[in-house]
Ligand binder design. Structure first.
Ligand code: FAD
Length: 466
């Protein structure tokens, strides 16, 4: 089917104004927040499950690739239309369908912005725990696609721990439900399979999420260090004492300076590292827990601790952390985020090896990350227009992931595999492991039309099969 006929057929399913095909639209939807680029043949913006189902059924009959898209903020190329085809943009399907307080669930459409859900729930005294730093823009569908984390996931778990069920459009347009409102569903855990599948197994059109009571009290502290090792050792020591704060986030000197220039969060410019430590829960006992943390920080060489005195001060501390990725644009025009995870006791050693990798390849690296989870985010700063520098960045990123895998960690804590980390999959999975995943993919997508070219390396591309 040629492009004109495809557009014509899609305009019979979705209102013509929601079928986009101008040069500008196709260029815009060829991007996400990664360094990958592609180009769709057409973009549709459906308004209902039925429309999604009819679009996918058409794509299946005609063997056209289909790529689901939330806000395109993923950092691994997950929403790039590598092989052209139809991008299904969920921005119109953004409603909260039901808030069910007695059962502590909320049912939403996938295009809902994460922060819009959080703000709405707070009015009821409830929260949806996963809080990616991109929450002002990211969607629930994208969070599900990537199994996103966030600062509060140390205590509460990542997206998969909060998704109870989903309505899904399968490869041929069939609509099914997985899971449901109950906490434990019989049969195969298809919901678990869908979370983190990056749009390669089905298109999610409704999601049932768990909600929690908003904490009675919150205490946020900024611990300041003159050495990154001291900050890292504090992280392991706090958890070893049996305390699980709501968050334990770290930023190094380079990030602190960039953040201060742009957000003015009040971080000290002479610090080698800072930790944002937040406690939440009942107010009873919280001061005691904060004192214990203070004692641990002192044992590990903290130079100062600031405690946020009110909501405004707390917001300011968080604005720095949440604005960190944007702030580094002051230093270099582009960045690549590595998203490896390591056992948290290995943080000091791995951080120093990351900096050595930066020196070896002549690239600038800043670290801002979910330290409590051992989830590193080395930001490699560069200029995308310099081809030579880009290659050095890619080599450095690959080496960093190898280090993470070698110390018993893995190649993604929360940003997914997409295209960017596909060649690193054999670092953590054997051929047989990958083959088992391919069989799952084939069962869900026999014609290979759902977000092709993502997550699973082509067996022929693996070194041992070449
Ligand atoms: C500044 C910045 C900060 C970030 N901070 C964090 C962070 O703290 N934690 C974190 O985990 N991530 C973070 N990210 C990465 C990103 O924001 C998350 O991965 C987010 O969940 C992506 O949401 P999105 O709506 O933009 O999805 P997209 O990027 O549009 O899509 C993500 C994936 O989900 C699939 N998808 C989207 N909608 C559906 C659907 N309805 N059905 C099936 N599949 C679908 C897509 O095909 C794609 O594979 C950050 C990114 C940026 C740019």
């Amino acid at each position: 089917m040629d492009s004109a006929e495809l557009i014509d057929r899609l305009q019979k399913i979705v209102e013509p104004g929601y079928v986009l095909s101008s040069e500008m639209d196709l260029a815009l939807y060829g991007y996400d927040a990664s360094l990958e680029r592609g180009r769709p043949d057409v973009v549709v913006v459906p308004g209902s499950t039925q429309e999604v189902s009819r679009v996918v059924a058409l794509a299946y009959r005609e063997k056209i690739p289909v790529v689901a898209r939330g806000s395109g903020t993923n950092l691994s190329g997950g929403s790039i239309p590598l092989k052209g085809g139809i991008v299904v943009h969920f921005s119109r399907m953004n409603r909260i369908l039901e808030i069910d307080i007695p059962n502590r669930t909320v049912t939403v459409e996938p295009g809902l912005i994460t922060l819009d859900l959080q703000n709405r729930l707070l009015k009821e005294g409830f929260v949806y725990a996963p809080d990616p730093a991109s929450q002002k823009v990211s969607t629930i569908g994208g969070n599900l696609g990537e199994n996103s984390g966030g600062p509060h996931c140390l205590k509460y778990g990542v997206t998969t721990n909060h998704v109870l069920g989903a309505e899904v459009v399968l490869y041929d347009g069939t609509v099914v439900w997985t899971g449901g409102k109950s906490q434990d569903n019989p049969g195969y855990d298809l919901t678990g399979l869908l979370v983190g599948s990056e749009g390669t197994l089905g298109l999610v059109t409704k999601v049932i999420l768990k909600i929690l009571r908003a904490p009675e009290a919150v205490k946020t502290m900024l611990a300041i260090y003159s050495s990154i090792e001291d900050a890292s050792n504090t992280v392991s020591a706090i958890i070893a004492e049996g305390i699980i704060p709501a968050t334990l986030e770290m930023m190094d000197h380079l990030i602190i300076t960039a953040v201060e220039e742009s957000v003015h969060a009040g971080y000290p410019l002479d610090a080698a590292a800072v930790l944002i430590i937040e406690l939440d829960g009942m107010s009873d006992g919280m001061d005691r827990q904060a004192e214990k943390i203070l004692e641990i920080c002192k044992r590990h060489g903290v130079t100062d601790i600031q405690v946020a005195k009110d909501d405004a001060a707390r917001e300011r501390l968080w604005a720095g952390r949440k604005g960190a990725f944007g702030a580094v644009a002051r230093l270099r025009p582009s960045y690549m985020v590595c998203d490896g995870t390591v056992p948290r006791t290995r943080l000091p050693e791995v951080l120093s090896r990351v900096m050595e990798v930066g020196k070896k390849h002549g690239v600038l690296i800043g670290n801002v990350f979910h330290a409590g989870d051992g989830n590193l985010h080395p930001l490699i700063l560069f200029d995308e227009r310099d081809e030579g520098e880009l290659q050095r960045v890619q080599k450095a990123a690959s080496e960093i992931l190898k280090i993470c895998a070698k110390v018993g960690g893995t190649i993604s804590g929360e940003h997914g595999i997409g295209v960017e980390k596909i060649k690193e999959m054999p670092l953590v999975f054997s051929d047989r492991d990958l083959e088992a995943m391919r069989q799952v993919k084939t069962a869900f997508d026999p014609e290979g039309i759902l977000n092709p070219g993502k997550i699973l390396p082509d067996p022929l591309s693996l070194p041992q099969n070449r």
